[in-house]
Ligand binder design. Structure first.
Ligand code: MG
Length: 257
């Protein structure tokens, strides 16, 4: 009898927990105020230093594989000194894994971009790709030159976690840069967090994330949560499923710390 009661209690609490999870919506974690003030960035120019690992220098994507199928050749088109997302083919990530690093990356929203909110040049840099699809820690890429969305989802945000300090977007068609200092999380043998990840981000040379302590991996729905991994992780670029024209990338390099 007692077991029956315990079983009933367990099943009921499980039912309520499952219901609470089902009730979560992506809107729950979207913040709209305060809006970061606009700062006009200067002209940035960052060539790789001598000790950098070059991830893209304008000729090929040999350093990259598809996240979900690393046997398939990457079809994102390379055009002169840049390459462009090929939507529908999946995210790509570096063959090499990184732990702590300094990253430089340049990206461009098409001058003729259309769409609004999150569907306007959406891509992203996953600072550590911890698995298939969009798993990992996303630094958002989006056109927010003159495009409103939830502020913890705009360009320069750590998606759904940290609002950028200011809005340093250049207009669509201009090349823009991210300079990132990433300190990977460390985990105990039982999988719990030993030290959380920290990140500093300069957006077009302007500080937008100042050594923030991450709450966990990026989630579209629900609160961020850490998932243990070891041995470093690839850096991943997002092929977002929105209908807008694809973004381009160039001049990507990393200095391992
Ligand atoms: Mg994105």
């Amino acid at each position: 009898m007692r077991y029956k009661i315990i079983l009933t209690l367990l099943l009921t609490s499980g039912f309520f927990m499952a219901n609470a999870q089902q009730a979560a919506k992506h809107e729950d974690t979207e913040i709209y105020e305060p809006v970061p003030k606009v700062v006009t960035p200067g002209k940035t120019n960052t060539e790789p230093p001598s000790d950098a690992v070059i991830l893209f220098n304008g000729s090929n994507l040999n350093q990259w594989v598809y996240t979900d199928d690393n046997t398939k050749p990457v079809e994102w088109p390379v055009n002169g000194d840049y390459f462009t997302v090929k939507k529908g083919t999946g995210n790509i990530e570096t063959k090499k894994k990184f732990t702590n690093y300094q990253l430089h990356l340049e990206w461009k929203i098409p001058a003729s971009i259309t769409g609004e909110g999150q569907a306007r040049g959406n891509s992203g840099v996953f600072l550590a790709s911890t698995g298939k699809g969009d798993s990992g820690y996303e630094l958002q890429i989006l056109d927010n030159y003159n495009n409103k969305t939830y502020v913890n989802g705009q360009a320069g945000s750590i998606y759904k976690q940290f609002i950028p300090l200011v809005n340093a977007n250049k207009k669509p068609g201009d090349w823009q840069s991210y300079d990132v200092i990433w300190q990977a999380p460390t985990f105990k043998t039982d999988g719990s967090v030993n030290t959380p990840a920290t990140v500093t981000v300069l957006f077009n040379g302007v500080l937008v994330q100042n050594h923030i302590v991450l709450k966990g991996e990026t989630l579209y729905v629900g609160q961020p949560v850490y998932k243990a991994y070891s041995g470093g992780a690839p850096i991943k670029l997002q092929a977002h499923g929105d209908k807008s024209e694809p973004d381009s990338f160039r001049n990507i390099w990393v200095r391992e710390l």
